[in-house]
Design a binder for this molecule. Structure first.
Ligand code: DC
Length: 273
């Protein structure tokens, strides 16, 4: 499978966000082949190095990682990577192929088959499988119910983690969210957040986004939490944020403040929220 960091749109235009903080001359990101090299020479030179920042955001489902990560990426002028969307995209494709997603052998053997691309504009992230936009399709209950089993397969993880590292390495600065970013994907990230919320609050939030009741959402959430547990450990140097009683802006502000404190982040050129 090829996984690549995509452009902000089919036109290949740089996002306002990326250019605001990282320089308008930042070279466009073309799909980065696994093992691909950053663009050289870098027209931004030392400044780009100075402002290159990786923010790792981990935590269980329903804690608000995606909204908070996107908001923080916009505020900081960084790219955004939703690693969960990659596991979901593979799961979507496997279901389309009629593969039994509980058959770890079959899933592992096919892990590298589809071409998965992700867009890293925090204002409009997308994911494609073999050229088809599956940004909405990967959010169905069918995919949500099946994805944990797929994400546990070692060959799947090895493959997608390699691609995620490649995307992160080639981004001028990025907020990457998932389960294992701070521990495995980007253990050297200078800013690590572990975003939690109590189980009932998480289920309520998810239920509000779906047609499921809070009760059945919580049952499914508990099942997924158990399945995801092995790859969901909090990094020792991560800052835990309990979002149970925080609103989205408060979570975003906390992440942005951490980024400024822990890394040499220039003040955002524009506040976008
Ligand atoms: O955050 P999410 O619900 O979109 O994640 C989908 C699945 O992928 C979920 O089962 C957790 C798993 N996942 C993972 O194992 N590692 C990641 N870095 C991101 C997600």
């Amino acid at each position: 499978m090829n996984t690549s960091a995509g452009l902000d749109s089919d036109t290949g235009e740089e996002s306002e966000t990326g250019s605001a903080s990282l320089g308008g001359n930042d070279p466009p990101q073309t799909p980065s082949a696994p093992g691909g090299k950053p663009f050289l020479p870098d027209p931004l030179g030392p400044r780009r190095e100075q402002s290159r920042l990786v923010v790792a955001v981990d935590g269980p489902s329903g804690a608000g990682k995606s909204s908070a990560s996107r908001g923080a990426a916009i505020a900081l002028g960084l790219r955004y990577l939703d690693t969960g969307s990659m596991y979901r995209a593979l799961t979507w494709w496997l279901l389309e192929q009629g593969v039994d997603t509980n058959d770890a052998g079959a899933v592992g053997a096919l892990a590298a088959e589809p071409i998965i691309e992700v867009g890293t504009d925090p204002r409009a992230p997308w994911v494609r499988v073999n050229g088809t936009d599956v940004s909405a399709a990967i959010r169905t209950q069918e995919v949500t119910s099946a994805v944990s089993a797929v994400a546990r397969v070692p060959r799947v993880r090895a493959h997608l983690i390699a691609q995620q590292r490649d995307i992160i390495a080639n981004a001028p600065g990025i907020v990457a969210e998932g389960r294992d970013i701070g521990m495995v994907v980007a253990p050297d990230a200078p800013v690590k957040v572990f975003l939690t919320a109590d189980s009932a609050a998480r289920a309520d939030r998810r239920a509000a986004e779906t047609s499921w009741s809070a009760a059945s959402t919580q049952v499914d959430q508990d099942r997924r939490d158990r399945l995801d547990a092995a790859q969901s450990a909090k990094a020792g140097d991560a800052v835990e944020i309990d979002s149970t009683r925080l609103d989205l802006d408060q979570v975003i502000d906390t992440i942005v403040r951490l980024a400024r404190e822990r890394a040499d982040v220039p003040y955002p050129h524009q506040q976008t929220r």
